[in-house]
Design a protein around this ligand. Structure first.
Ligand SMILES: [Zn+2]
Ligand SMILES: [Zn+2]
Length: 96
């Protein structure tokens, strides 16, 4: 049965680490909940600080990547100002 266990670990029937029975084969190796806990999952928490900028509307420090969303959510009225500032001469209005 040893070969069967190895196969079962590879198709997801058993945990690929400890061999715990998981259920239906899915076609790829799967870890049980206990073994998953040992794996870093999702984004690491201790990353270097993200780039931040000062919101021109409320002077709050926000993530640079999230400024657009912050303005949209918190200062919907100032979006018009930003759009105005970003307007490029020669562009056809109403294109987007
Ligand atoms: Zn396991
Ligand atoms: Zn703001």
């Amino acid at each position: 049965m040893a070969g069967d266990v190895a196969d079962a670990m590879l198709d997801g029937t058993l945990c690929e680490i400890c061999g715990e029975f998981l259920g239906e084969p899915v076609g790829y190796p799967v870890k049980c909940a206990d073994c998953k806990k040992d794996e870093p999952e999702g984004q690491p928490i201790n990353r270097k600080p993200v780039a931040t900028v000062i919101c021109p509307s409320c002077q709050k420090r926000v993530k640079e990547a999230g400024l657009g969303r912050h303005v949209k959510d918190t200062h919907p009225e100032s979006q018009q100002v930003m759009k105005y500032n970003h307007r490029v001469r020669g562009n056809t209005p109403g294109g987007g």
